[in-house]
Design a protein around this ligand. Sequence first.
Ligand code: ATP
Ligand code: MG
Length: 418
Amino acid sequence: MLYSKLFPKPQKTNKEYDSANARYLINGGFINQVMAGAYTFLPLGNRVLVKIEQIVRREMDKIGQEVLMPSIVPTQLWEDTGRLEKVDVLFKALGANEASKTKNDAEYVLNSTHEEVVTPLAKQFTSSYKDFPFALYQIQTKFRNEPRAKSGILRGREFRMKDLYSFHTSEEDLLDYYNNVAMPAYVEVFKKLGLGDSTVIALASGGDFTDKYSHEFQTLCETGEDTLYYDKEENIYYNKEVVKDPEAKKYDIVKGAEVGNIFPLNTKFSKALDFTYTDEQGDKKLVYMGCYGIGTSRVMGVLVEKFHDDKGIIWPVQVAPYLVHLVGLDLNDQEIRQRATSLYQKLNDEGIEVLFDDREEVRPGAKFADADLIGIPVRLVISKRTEDKIEWKKRDEKDSELLAYNEVLARINKILTH
Ligand code: ATP
Ligand code: MG
């Protein structure tokens, strides 16, 4: 990608932001605010989001099948489960408007979660115990009328979520999948996203689904909205909301950002929607369900909260918008421009993702500041001073060195295979 063509360029402002992800993602040209809690993902930001979702998708494909359900559904589906008036963040949409000639005065719901859609779907296509177990998932936009949308993309009113739903003939089978399939898949996802070291599992409320706990994946992080109580002796984290004896025991209190949450739903929705199967004896039994969410857009914000310095973002390689930020300096000199362009082409031919700052009119200091802000893992420089070599610097290291092309390529391949 040529930087001169990049839409839009980073725009540093002196505005005060409530979080690092808001400051760097907005200034860096990754996201653009439309209203509180609703953002456009710009080309750089969209590349990061797509990579995050692809990492999540690869792990989910091992434990379920991908579908795509509608965001907008008739209110009836939510009436059927009794949640229409219960979920306080539910957005409703009106069919009727001033301009429409047809009289469509129906009301719709913009889904905040998809049990209301996936349960009737699963019910429609199953009847026998032989149809179970199975799991469906999607990666999609969710709507929640959050009273306090804040912290950039950590809490949106429209946001991206991966939600998976599993269906079982017994509580035993549900718990087996929950503990031995979904849980390890989640651990793997956060490891692959670069959050493995800083993400813990916390026991949290099971809502009105189960009297047991649900499990939250919490990335330890100062800007996180959740308060966690860590029991050192037992090595267990609890969400503050379920700690009944905060004075009794000695807890360490830390902040976390909830990046994922898994729930044993048990028979809550199958009961409400009369979702049964016929067992081997021909008896009708209720289906057991689990649900498993990951906030993919929140993950993007959390990655920035975890990986930045005072100059900008430091993306982990696997989610970076590009792997290489090639800075061309002294480009009005035709020979140097030729060297930089040919390096850009050679790297492209190798299949390496490169952002090439090909602008002539911009000072070196401004180009380097943009590179630090955007946070691409490897910075290469071609200039008068680099002669027939290439300057190499990693975003997370201080020193640069001059290398031959082959050494640059070898190091890039080493990064890519790690
Ligand atoms: P929170 O407690 O932060 O409001 P939640 O418990 O209501 O979240 P879930 O219903 O468990 O959220 O949704 C699954 C995942 O979706 C969460 O773990 C989180 O990562 C993400 N998520 C939830 N709400 C938002 C939001 N408003 N903006 C961005 N991501 C969100
Ligand atoms: Mg939750």
